[in-house]
Design a protein around this ligand. Sequence first.
Ligand code: FES
Length: 570
Amino acid sequence: MEKKLRSQGWFGKTGKDGFIYRAWMKNQGIPDYEFRDKPVIGICNTWSELTPCNAHFRELAESVKRGISEAGGFPVEFPVMSLGETLIKPTAMIYRNLVSMDVEESIRANPLDGVVLLCGCDKTTPALVMGACSVNIPTIVVSGGSMLTGKYQGHDIGTSDIWRFNDAVRTGNMSQEELTVAEACMARSRGHCAVMGTASTMACMVESLGLSLPGNAAIPAADSRRKVMAQLSGIRIVEMVKENLKPSDILSRKAFENAIIINAALGGSTNFIIHLLAIAGRIEIPLELNDFDTLSANIPFIVNLQPSGRYFMEDFYYAGGLPAVMKELEHHLNNSCLTVNGKTIQENYHSAKCYNREIIASVDQPFNSLAGVAILKGNLCENGAVIKPSAASPHLLNHSGKAVVFEDIDDYKSRIDLADLEVDETSILVLKNVGPIGYPGMPEVGNMALPKKILTKGIHDMIRISDGRMSGTGFGTVILHASPEAALGGNFAMVQNGDVIHLDVANRILNLEISEHELQKRKENWRSSHKNYGRGYISLYQQQVEQAHLGADMSFLKGNSGSEVTRDSH
Ligand code: FES
């Protein structure tokens, strides 16, 4: 016997309740037959003109609707809070968990049988997937696609060039007028950042997990095939409802392992770690920070995209996209993992081809044998810290240097360019109080710009350590996510100017070279200096957010509550 549609708990009712559930929907001009045993598919839309990366999503939603209707479903589009990485202060990350709550409650509270998640700009993907996992009805992701490659003065550019432009302006090698021209040259089409930054990493993550149709990750936003992908996803979600294929059927531990392995080969964003941990927490799959290291240890870097490499997402699509990468990784992946189209990951990629070895290398001849992320341990980060070796300078991966400490972001901004700052290229810049609680919200400031007096020597990388994050478009020898964060008074809070720090990536060591006695003495005298917010969401966030090594989700949001609603509205 076919399972009763969840939506019929609303629209299938007779009497007063059925009248109320249907009548107000009919004011949109919807005929009565739409409410009779048709799968109701929600299109969860993060469209917003304040989220430029997702500003084309209403158009994309129309394609999804066409697919849903074609397959015999009833599409209903609904908005959720959107997170535009570039505009939101203090950082979009602080609202990721809030959006996940919005998504979770919107899905559960409404008469939906399945949901299509329209995801694009960085946090919109993990937030929507986290929320949907906590309800666990059939779900498919449609990504918005990346921008076309930027073109400036005869060069290809993308978001990673912002950091280079910034250094050039600060050292007098680029004018403000040139910088303004470069803005329009970089952002010349719809879509999200065109490098393997966090948005592209997230699009690859959902495809690796099996939550999107194959090929979804790399199609540029401006390519007409993006709309085809949206329409096909609309068709498929209706079938998924009939098959009762839910996220928990797809998101096994092995699927998470695949995502980690693939991300290593891509040189994906370090933000991947925090978001994947949070998603795993919602679907109740055990996953730990160390898994990211052990699973990616033997995976080479084979995708030549910025910021670790040279090319852009558009090039990646033409070279074969993610299925071609998966095919290369055939002997590393859990090939029997199920995906949203009802096929295994291997069935999906088996006919994939690489069309450009400059962009997707073979595993036998990779661009770099170092890939993925390394998880550092040591007395400076009792619960771990993260580095992306493929984006770091090889000569700094084993280094000892004296710490130049900034107590918070304001301290950093006020002193970084002072002529008398005691720093040279062997120093290690330490930025405290930019973690989940301390900032609050764990912003992307970890790849802090170097002191001007270092840049003018022609040096563009130094070791930088913080309890914050780095933009997925950033690069350099940057150690992130130090946990516990400074605001909690762990060892990281105790570093002082002139202390020697030792980094040894090969052996995964990050140590503060002071005696245990001195460390304890400093702890006894330590006083918290971060600001505590007294009201509203930020207050709740500071009270409930977990540390980076656990995914920075709220402790009370772990797990899921399913789709059942036990009380009627009237
Ligand atoms: Fe939206 Fe980069 S700012 S993806």
